[in-house]
Write a protein that binds this ligand. Structure first.
Ligand code: AMP
Ligand code: MG
Length: 391
């Protein structure tokens, strides 16, 4: 058995890079940039006002000022201020070229008799957004490998990149194994259960912007398993299976995968839940065999499969973690495996959710993340800070 960290690094080591494609920036949400993006202009591209107010020469700040013009965002400004002059200016409008201060409207007063502006409060900052203060023309603003979020879409828009090169997505297919499984629209008889894993995995892929295909349920029969895996492993980059990877008499997945000429990368991980998690590789194809228990399947996807799928798309996945104190004592028996405990956060403290083991799917509905308890640790006292990995 290998450790969780070893499993993750082995998975990443077996990632292969897919091709790239050009797409519209407007369809790039959730994709991974396959090129560096440089700005085609200075941003801001001119000195502009950051507030609504009066633009002036700082040396005139104590004088009553004559308003010579009103400048709106988008106006062409050619005015040059003479002593004791100012312009009324709106947020985003271009500054007169010799103005070096903008007084906020709320910090000024108009003399009702003369119509002149008096500055009542002077700030330390100029309220000017200077040309190129954010980014200079030609400067790199985004790097290859970046996951595109709404703010990156905005950045692409602002530097005029209406098309971008992104990494292709892997083709993924998901299948469940188990004679006991029926699809969700059926009512299970007293020896059957509904197939929840496949849909959980499809949704986990979907959340990463990967639209995986669904193959169906594969019976626990060696020949049948062989034929199904032969069929689906051909056209897809990644196959994700659940069930059939443990030590039972009818767990045929690992031996079948080997028969298909795949090399087993790992067969089990020293982790609880999710020990029977396997990965196999052949050329530029990978098969994951995840445990049948839904909590294990969920967690092993998050832990191992997700960083692998991101790596295929050229992105280094970073987990979201926070450090918070434990709300209560944690006690457990000594084990040789890393334990992953589903938790929720209450009053900024970590609370273990009610959890009956890896079959207890509904525990995940309440859970916001997991904490990781290393082998040999048998007690953690209330108040101890623990690292929470958020889902
Ligand atoms: P297995 O890994 O095949 O031994 O399955 C372990 C446990 O997970 C068994 O209790 C199965 O009934 C259950 N299980 C297997 N596959 C699924 C699935 N697709 N959805 C929900 N539960 C499953
Ligand atoms: Mg099974």
């Amino acid at each position: 058995m290998i450790s969780v960290n070893e499993a993750i690094s082995l998975a990443l080591k077996h990632a292969f890079i897919l091709g790239t494609e050009k797409i519209s920036f407007n369809e790039s949400l959730g994709r991974i940039l396959a090129e560096d993006i440089n700005s085609d202009i200075d941003i801001p591209s001119f000195n502009k006002s950051a507030v609504d107010g009066y633009a002036l020469r700082k040396e005139d700040i104590n004088l009553p000022l004559t308003i010579v013009q009103t400048i709106q965002a988008g106006d062409i400004t050619t005015v040059k201020l003479n002593p004791a002059e100012c312009v009324k200016i709106m947020t985003g409008a271009r500054l007169p070229y010799n103005a070096d201060y903008v007084a906020k409207i709320e910090d000024t007063e108009i003399d009702p008799l003369t119509g002149k502006v008096h500055i009542r409060k002077v700030e330390n900052k100029s309220n000017i957004r200077y040309q190129a203060e954010d980014i200079k023309k030609g400067e790199r603003i985004l790097s290859s490998g970046t996951l595109i979020r709404p703010q990156e879409v905005a950045t692409l828009a602002s530097v005029g990149r209406t098309t971008v090169q992104v990494f292709q997505k892997p083709t993924v297919i998901i299948a469940s194994t188990g004679n006991e499984l029926v699809e969700p629209h059926h009512t299970p008889t007293d020896y059957q259960i509904r197939n929840s894993n496949a849909y959980q995995l499809l949704a986990q892929c979907h959340r990463m912007n990967i639209y995986a295909s669904y193959h169906g349920i594969i019976a626990d029969n060696e020949t049948i398993t062989y034929h199904h895996l032969k069929e689906i492993s051909q056209p897809y980059d990644v196959v994700i299976l659940t069930g059939g990877v443990s030590m039972g008499d009818f767990d045929f997945v690992p031996q079948t995968i080997e028969k298909l000429g795949y090399k087993i990368v790992f067969k089990s991980i020293a982790v609880q839940p999710g020990k029977p998690t396997m990965m196999a590789q052949k050329d530029n194809k990978v098969i994951f065999g995840l445990p049948g228990n839904p909590v294990s399947s969920f967690i092993q996807f998050e832990l191992v499969v997700k960083p692998f799928l991101y790596k295929l798309m050229g992105h280094t996945y970073r987990v979201s973690e926070i450090l918070l104190p434990l709300a209560h004592d944690y006690r457990s028996k000594k084990t040789d495996r890393t334990r992953l405990v589903p938790i929720k956060i209450e009053d900024n403290k970590v609370v273990a959710v009610e959890y009956h083991g890896s079959a207890h799917l509904f525990a995940l509905n309440e859970a916001e993340g997991i904490i990781r308890i290393e082998p040999n640790v048998t007690q953690i006292d209330a108040g101890t800070y623990v690292t929470v990995r958020l889902f």
